[in-house]
Design a protein around this ligand. Structure first.
Ligand SMILES: [Zn+2]
Length: 255
């Protein structure tokens, strides 16, 4: 299937996957099972009927409220579903069907979950990052960036932030930047290979310092109250996976 129908199919499938990502975002920090039981209202605990579980549509039909207790449903649910739908549609259009598309979408889903959990809880669950490193490495035998670059990406990505974390701990005697993030960058390295891992780190630091400076200027507190670094790594990896190769080419040719 090609053209518009294929992109609509990809978006629909993406919205369903987004629905599952919502379950992961809600349940992983609680440490409960992501497969059982089915979805329920977090407020009154009533199990949701199938027609309350349709991505995006149900939220709009219910006007963002639980049908029994009237509690507000977080707009995060339709937002994550719409974002995942858009990612699948754009991914299909940009990469075309194939192993590379599958690899990029798996990474994208992991990044969406990590971004949102880190933003809400300042937490990057091992249940995502550690299997992510393995899955990214396995994909690299069949598509970009190749297993050697993937392996170096794991070592350089993880190693750089681990070194930053230990240095910070040694200087300040408290856990800071890097300690939870090194497994996430190792995962990104496994999927994107070592050159794009460096682009990811560069982009994340760049966006992170702009937001940090903005928050300090707006007198909203120092770096401590800024968004956690994992959210910037997710944005950096998205940039690296799309415009990264052109950025690298421009950088290398300007030498
Ligand atoms: Zn309810």
């Amino acid at each position: 299937m090609t053209g518009i129908p294929a992109i609509v199919m990809a978006a629909t499938f993406g919205a369903l996957v987004g629905s599952f990502l919502n379950v992961c975002i809600y349940r992983l920090p609680l440490g409960t099972s992501i497969v059982w039981p089915g979805s329920a209202c977090p407020h009154c605990g009533r199990a949701l009927a199938w027609f309350e579980n349709i991505p995006i549509v149900s939220y709009l039909a219910l006007r963002g409220r639980c049908r029994s207790c009237g509690a507000t449903i977080s707009p995060r649910y339709p937002a994550i579903e719409a974002l995942t739908a858009a990612m699948f549609a754009l991914g299909w259009w940009y990469y075309g069907p194939g192993v590379l598309l599958a690899s990029r979408l798996v990474l994208g889903c992991a990044l969406i979950v990590l971004f949102e959990i880190d933003r809400e809880h300042q937490l990057l669950p091992h249940a995502i990052t550690l299997p992510g490193i393995l899955v990214g490495f396995l994909f690299s035998f069949f598509t970009e960036p190749g297993w050697q670059s993937s392996l170096l990406g794991i070592l350089i990505g993880g190693g750089t932030l681990l070194a930053v974390g230990y240095t910070y701990y040694w200087l300040r005697h408290e856990e800071g930047l890097g300690m939870g993030d090194f497994k996430m960058l190792a995962m990104i390295g496994a999927f994107l290979g070592w050159p794009l891992t460096l682009v990811t780190l560069m982009m994340a630091s760049f966006v992170g310092s702009i937001v940090g400076v903005f928050l300090i200027a707006a007198n909203r507190g120092g770096m401590k109250s800024a968004l956690p670094f994992g959210t910037f790594l997710a944005v950096g990896a998205l940039a690296a996976a799309t415009v990264g190769p052109s950025v690298l080419q421009w950088y290398l040719s300007s030498w």
